[in-house]
Design a protein around this ligand. Structure first.
Ligand code: ZN
Length: 127
């Protein structure tokens, strides 16, 4: 199996230790009830996903910058390229961020656990 890069495993929400197991139970981030439900452990390498109580509160620190970056990109695109005025731009950004909230929250968690849990090359060799 080809090894995934760290960035690839974060974007695709894979376990940071083995880069194979899914962090989330449901593939579709827009399924409202299950968008943040995660298994207790990685289905592939058994890495603990609930590292400590409230662990993912820290993911606010990693999802917030994504929101800011997406907002800035949309602002530049809409105001300079499409030449829209402030209120339509603000409205489109607000709607876009609401629609993008589920994947952004997932990426925030994926980055957060990716910072905490190191990739285990040995795991891949031994399995
Ligand atoms: Zn794993």
């Amino acid at each position: 199996m080809k090894r995934k890069s760290k960035l690839n495993s974060i974007i695709t929400c894979k376990c940071p230790r083995c880069r194979q197991g899914n962090l989330f139970k449901e593939k579709n981030p827009w399924s409202y009830r299950t968008m943040l439900s995660m298994p207790d452990n990685c289905p592939v390498c058994n890495q603990d996903f609930k590292i400590e109580p409230g662990f993912y509160i820290g993911a606010l620190w990693t999802s917030y910058p994504i929101v800011v970056v997406v907002g800035i990109i949309l602002f530049v695109l809409l105001s300079s390229i499409l030449n829209l005025s402030f209120f339509p731009v603000a409205f489109i950004i607000a709607i876009s961020l609401i629609v993008l909230q589920p994947p952004i929250m997932r990426w925030g968690r994926s980055i957060w656990i990716g910072i905490t849990v190191k990739y285990d090359e040995e795991f891949e060799k031994n399995n």
